[in-house]
Design a binder for this molecule. Structure first.
Ligand code: HEC
Length: 128
């Protein structure tokens, strides 16, 4: 009985720690990951003001404007077009059935948290 309670307490502690760790992305690491892997298509902050692909929204356009932008950044790898070329370490490619339509990239779940922390530092683009 006691050991069950202890196990449950430890489990809760572990789950809470994991959740807390999830919230603590590093802005610097996120900046580096975004610069390396997202600027191919997205304009990201000041890295590539004239770069990216014109049909792809800039991060400044994606951030802080929609009420659910944080969730969108947390789950971007499962949102089109990313599932075809992005895989998450330990999880793999989200849609292995799709042919990669861009150079494949592998990130870690932690990278996703870092990116989320980094995008908080971006100023949203004003509505025209
Ligand atoms: C091969 C090109 C490409 C790369 C590389 C890429 N994206 Fe995207 N991303 C897109 C396109 C195109 C869209 C717009 C999709 C749409 O609106 O249908 C998009 C949309 C998004 C969205 C909004 C999704 C939604 O449903 O609201 C987020 C967030 C995002 N990208 C994050 C990232 C991050 C973070 C990276 C780098 C790790 C990245 N993207 C790398 C092409 C790319």
């Amino acid at each position: 009985m006691r050991s069950t309670a202890t196990a449950a307490a430890l489990f809760l502690l572990g789950a809470t720690t994991a959740l807390m760790a999830q919230d603590e992305g590093s802005i610097d690491k996120g900046r580096k990951v975004a610069q390396k892997h997202c600027t191919r298509c997205h304009v990201v902050g000041n890295f590539n003001p004239n770069g990216g692909i014109s049909s792809t929204p800039s991060f400044q356009l994606l951030v802080k404007r929609r009420p659910d932008y944080q969730e969108r950044f947390q789950t971007f790898y499962a949102r089109r077009p990313h599932p075809a070329f992005l895989s998450i370490k330990g999880i793999g490619r989200i849609r292995p059935d799709l042919p990669p339509n861009a150079m494949p990239v592998e990130l870690t779940e932690k990278d996703v948290q870092h990116i989320s922390a980094f995008v908080e530092t971006l100023k949203p683009k004003k509505k025209p």
